[in-house]
Ligand binder design. Structure first.
Ligand code: ZN
Length: 494
């Protein structure tokens, strides 16, 4: 026992475990044929099975099983050949059956780990306890103003989820954040979940406790719910760790409870005790057979796993010889990585392409708040623009103007020609690289500025810029600077 006076001196460290629910992007729900879609007319995507009508029987969606298998295999977990669905009983208005079909003591996946980095630090690892399949509940839509009734929308009811449960291996809110970013990236690479937290496609609960530094056993934990962004998770954890630490330092005790994060107030408050006193009375789901997965099935799913972010970044380094940092940025999402490869397939200078995509292209995407898929300017046009620069038809500076015009045309009127060649032609921006034409202009400038030529030849080298400027003026900025420099040096005798 330590006395309150002593406890004030103790340094505490947090221990965090996360439970993430990921909605699988299957075409239909997990136990019926209803379509899965977001933002539809309430209760329009329902049937007797997902409404929980008496006598309706569930049939397991094979695609949902395969998506869960993909995730388990991608994180190095074990797909269990035999798993069991179980009823998790609880009463809530958006759960018409009065139970949720989930998995309990025999989940489809066990083990595995997520590798993540905090900022640019060394890779760290968080082990996973399990990944299991379950169905989602519906949604209660609480009145915003003027109305007193809460409405229920059951469109989401029966949508396939996987729950990914981590070991308490995360030692700071920043680690929890980095873990979530990585988890989402993997789900997106596998094309099993959109990762959209705003639409509730990804949801996270956090278990957190603190313990004196050096102590092995865990402190009493609390559960944080209702965070709706990764930054929200980080903020809620920071709040709760400070609360627990202050309480312990003051000689208090942590009560094991669930807390709701209030993003507006930036505080976590206890749920009403009725809402958290659960006795789920799990038992095996009698309407479904046990799930048997053969090793052949596992191997066929494994064989079709896509390349994951780290492998892709490694390959980019060796195939394209780009910088490590660039490879990291370009493999951030699968669609951006694919885009880069499409550009490089058409324009054989990966470093230039990598540079351009990370600066002009991504900057524009961010400004317009568009995804790669939504952006109308495609790889073929970006490659075309880069070719115009590398062949000397336009300068790097002009390329920015041309790109801005391509984007503006593509966004406002797709009927208009927004190809780089078309824009260069229409804007009259073609760079003059024709040596004989430029030589005539250079000769003219030299003959018109005899005194400056004399001064330059007498050692006033700064005047070189003056001659370049004169040629540029004469050509309205469209002369190829390299050619001008060379021609001027030849004629001025340097
Ligand atoms: Zn249905």
């Amino acid at each position: 026992m330590v006395s309150p006076a002593q406890t004030k001196e103790i340094a505490y460290e947090p221990v965090i475990g996360l439970e993430v629910h990921a909605q699988l992007q299957t075409e239909s729900k997990i136990f019926c044929g209803c379509r899965v879609s977001y933002g539809e007319e309430p209760n329009s995507l329902t049937c007797p099975v997902c409404l929980g009508l008496p006598g309706a029987l569930p049939i397991l969606n094979k695609q949902a099983v395969e998506y869960a298998m993909r995730m388990i295999l991608a994180v190095g977990g074990q797909v269990n050949g035999h798993s069991v669905f179980a009823r998790k009983n609880y009463f809530y208005p958006d759960l018409p059956k009065g139970y949720q079909i989930s998995q309990f003591d025999k989940p489809i996946g066990t083990g595995g780990a997520i590798q993540y980095r905090v900022d640019k630090g060394e890779p760290q690892c968080c082990r996973l306890i399990r990944i299991h399949l379950e169905e989602d509940a519906g949604k209660s839509i609480h009145p915003e103003s003027g109305e007193s009734r809460t409405r229920v929308d059951l469109n989401r009811c029966g949508t396939a989820l996987i729950e990914i449960v981590s070991e308490p291996d995360l030692l700071s809110p920043q680690e929890a954040y980095a873990y979530l970013v990585k988890l989402k990236q993997i789900l997106q690479y596998l094309e099993v979940c959109t990762g959209d937290m705003e639409k509730g496609h990804l949801r996270c609960d956090a278990n957190v406790s603190v313990r004196p530094v050096g102590q092995k056993e865990l402190g009493t934990r609390t559960e944080l719910k209702n965070m709706n962004s990764f930054k929200g998770v980080e903020r809620a954890l920071t709040f709760e760790i400070e609360r627990q630490t202050a309480l312990l330092r003051a000689g208090g005790e942590i009560e094991q409870t669930s807390l709701m994060w209030d993003e507006k107030k930036q505080v976590a408050e206890p749920m009403r005790s009725k809402e958290e006193s659960h006795d789920y009375r799990y038992f095996p789901e009698p309407d479904l057979l046990d799930l048997t997965i053969t090793s052949e099935w596992i191997e066929s799913v494994r064989a079709e796993l896509p390349e994951l972010p780290e492998e892709k970044a490694e390959r980019f380094l060796s195939d394209y010889r780009i910088r490590e940092y660039d490879a990291g940025v370009l493999t951030d999402s699968r669609e951006l990585a694919d885009f880069f490869e499409q550009v490089v397939a058409l324009f054989d200078d990966p470093r230039t392409a990598a540079n351009w995509i990370q600066t002009e292209y991504l900057k524009t995407l961010n400004e317009l708040k568009l995804s790669v898929a939504e952006f109308p300017v495609r790889a073929v046009q970006v490659a075309g623009l880069l070719k115009l620069v590398s062949s000397g038809k336009i300068s790097g500076k002009m390329a920015k103007t041309v790109f801005a015009e391509m984007v503006s045309r593509a966004m406002s009127d797709q009927q208009r020609d927004f190809s780089p060649e078309g824009v260069v032609r229409d804007l009259g921006l073609e760079q003059v690289s024709d040596e004989s034409a430029l030589a005539l202009i250079v000769d003219k400038i030299i003959s018109e500025n005899e005194s400056q030529v004399q001064a330059y030849r007498n050692g006033k080298e700064k005047l070189f810029g003056f001659f370049v400027g004169q040629v540029m003026k004469e050509t309205k900025g469209q002369a190829n600077p390299e050619v001008i420099n060379r021609l001027l040096k030849e004629r001025l005798g340097n």
